[in-house]
Design a protein. Structure first.
Length: 177
């Protein structure tokens, strides 16, 4: 895997690359978009959403770059900079290569070293076994569930919410040195 870095969304090409992989039907419901409706989305719709994410005032969205665009990470602190909400989405063609793990480590390092964050939160649809396993692999602790946040295949599903505390990050960060 080439060196991985997080960088700002800088061009129309970045936006188009992100929109292209977010259009993949396997990501429906897992795209990390504020209004991630459980339906296929047009490229024009996805581009508008991504452009808005690139310009948001109370958060940040980065390209996950590993010799090209392989994913996207967003962090929102719209109501409390001490507890930002993070979401990582990796292009399905690049999943299972360590990009998501490296991307979340980089964003956690950034948030805990450069912001007042005491906890970093994230949520995973209850039906997303891969996302739940990813959160568990990071050592994230389940902090609760939002009940009946949507309907999938005719049944309600919950969102499982996770947290990584500054103390947890400091312990893991020290072990990586």
């Amino acid at each position: 895997m080439p060196d991985l870095k997080l960088r700002p969304i800088e061009s129309e090409d970045d936006v188009a690359a992100i929109a292209t992989f977010l259009a993949d039907l396997s990501l429906v419901g897992r795209r990390g978009l504020r209004d991630d409706r459980p339906v296929p989305r047009s490229m024009a719709s996805l581009i508008r959403v991504i452009e808005g994410m690139a310009e948001k005032e109370l958060g940040e969205t980065w390209v996950v770059d590993s010799g090209g665009v392989v994913g996207m990470v967003s962090a929102d602190w719209w109501w409390d900079a001490m507890s930002p909400w993070v979401h990582v989405v990796i292009d399905p063609q690049h999943q299972r290569h360590g990009h998501g793990t490296m991307a979340i480590r980089l964003v956690l390092d950034h948030l805990f070293l450069n912001t007042p964050a005491h906890i970093v939160q994230g949520g995973v649809p209850g039906w997303d076994d891969e996302g739940l396993a990813f959160a568990e692999s990071l050592g994230a602790v389940e902090m609760g569930r939002m009940r009946r946040v949507g309907v999938r295949e005719g049944a309600y599903f919950d969102e499982v919410d996770f947290v990584i505390t500054r103390d947890m990050w400091e312990e893991e960060h020290a072990s990586r040195r």
